[in-house]
Design a protein. Structure first.
Length: 457
């Protein structure tokens, strides 16, 4: 318990040092750190919690750098070609030669379980508090449960069988064993369902940078899609679609901080800075220093698709070198106001979830209607399908065009649909065992209960 309390005080202190007040408009009284227990005060507890979002933005699965899944899995699937011959950790992803010693694999695993530890520490602190208001307890607990579910979702979809960690006890955690992906998904859904009851629809701050009920329901729709619970996938997607807060945004405005598409965003830590993704994907001279969009992706767009016009920028005259241009501002905006935020969840995904789920339920009006809403807004013609597989194929194509270089969507979509074999068209080293990454070798040495290593590594 002493270690847990020390850890929480440390988190609160870190939140002050990184400017939590600026990050999410939480005013933490700095002079009270030595005299007030963190979870005996609403503001201190909130500051200890919201530092989580900064950590998610900078580390692990959801960070927008080259060691986040947006970039890594775009290399691993077929959306990016790696051009840097010396960047071994992500070149291994591109060449399908990832080993258990790969530093990006270790970073994904270690960052995620550190974040989960943080979440569990906050949950324990909230549960033990006798002085926090009920409203603040529910708010923080709901957000924390949602983050815990989301992190375990990505761990299971990426590594296969993994531990589902819900406590901070060191002795328990260092011996924890793996559970099956199905059970991980069930536990994650349970956390999200509890979060749905706790967080309000109204955002906790002036912007969409903290998890609210809409974000929880959007992720539940995705969870039910992945587990093929078509009625609940459709129900939750439609619930979010019919929420007045969200509507599909114009392409040129979709990644602005004011985007009406955004359900959950990451705010830059310092005012005037912008989304990390712009620095990751944009290049301004040839040869491309890190990566470029693959010809497979470039050739996949339909004629007249406005996403090709707005979200892709070519350099040179041979149309061989292009970068993602969803985020357009590298570094600062030239003022104290940020222009673009990293969009983690957005409403367009819910339309495509609804279309796919409705097709499995033979609800053709909804399937075609939701699919055509996205197509029309991207300059494409209307379609009318009356076979499930036709809709699924159309949705897969739309998801590729809509979510390229965003949080691993392309890889996870191919995986859940049993279509990873499609990668053989452009990836000669692809084999079925690569549908999950290897477990980090150092973790297997520290905790033999994680054995055996994933097959094929």
């Amino acid at each position: 318990m002493k270690n847990f309390c020390n850890y929480i005080v440390m988190l609160a202190a870190v939140a002050v040092m990184v400017g939590c007040e600026d990050f999410l408009e939480v005013d933490m009284p700095k002079d009270q750190m030595g005299s007030v227990a963190v979870f005996n005060d609403d503001k201190l507890a909130e500051a200890a919690w919201v530092n989580t979002y900064s950590n998610l933005r900078m580390n692990g699965f959801l960070n927008g750098k080259t060691d986040g899944i947006g970039f890594l899995l775009a290399c691993y699937a077929d959306d990016l070609d790696v051009t840097n011959p010396t960047a071994i950790y992500y070149r291994n992803f591109f060449e399908h030669s990832v080993m258990p010693s790969n530093e990006a694999v270790a970073n994904l695993w270690n960052s995620s379980y550190k974040q989960i530890y943080h979440v569990n520490a906050v949950l324990e602190g909230v549960e033990q508090s006798e002085l926090m208001s009920d409203a603040m307890k529910n708010q923080i607990k709901g957000e924390a449960l949602a983050v815990r579910a989301i992190l375990h979702f990505y761990l299971a979809q990426t590594f296969g069988d993994v531990p589902y960690v819900t406590v901070t006890d060191y002795e328990l955690n260092r011996k924890v064993g793996k559970i099956g992906v199905t059970e991980v998904m069930q536990l994650a859904v349970a956390d999200l369902k509890q979060a749905e009851e706790l967080v309000p629809q109204q955002y906790a701050s002036a912007e969409r940078v903290r998890i609210n009920k809409g974000a929880v329901q959007a992720f539940l729709a995705r969870m039910y899609l992945y587990t093929e619970n078509w009625p609940l996938a459709l129900q939750y997607a439609e619930t979010v679609i019919n929420t007045a807060d969200y509507e599909p945004e114009q392409l040129e405005n979709l990644f602005l901080k004011e985007s009406t598409s955004a359900i959950w965003q990451f705010k830059p830590e310092i005012g005037g800075l912008n989304a990390i993704e712009a620095n990751t994907y944009i290049f301004e001279a040839l040869p491309a220093p890190e990566s470029r969009l693959s010809q497979s992706l470039l050739n996949s767009f339909e004629t007249d698709d406005l996403r090709n016009e707005h979200w892709i920028k070519f350099l040179g005259t041979d149309r061989m070198n292009a970068h993602a241009f969803k985020y357009t501002v590298r570094g600062g905006s030239g003022s104290t106001a940020s222009k673009e935020y990293s969009v983690v969840l957005r409403i367009e995904e819910q339309y495509l979830i609804a279309a796919e789920a409705a097709a499995h339920l033979a609800d053709w009006d909804t399937a075609n209607g939701r699919l055509n809403t996205i197509r029309s807004s991207r300059g494409l013609g209307q379609v009318a399908y009356y076979e499930t597989q036709q809709v699924v194929n159309a949705v897969l194509n739309e998801r590729r065009a809509e979510f390229f270089c965003e949080f691993g969507h392309r890889f996870y979509d191919l995986k859940r649909l049993g279509r990873l074999g499609d990668l053989l068209e452009t990836k000669p080293n692809w084999r079925a065992a690569l549908q999950i990454l290897p477990l980090p070798e150092n973790e297997l040495l520290l905790n033999p209960n994680l054995l055996p290593q994933n097959a094929g590594y």
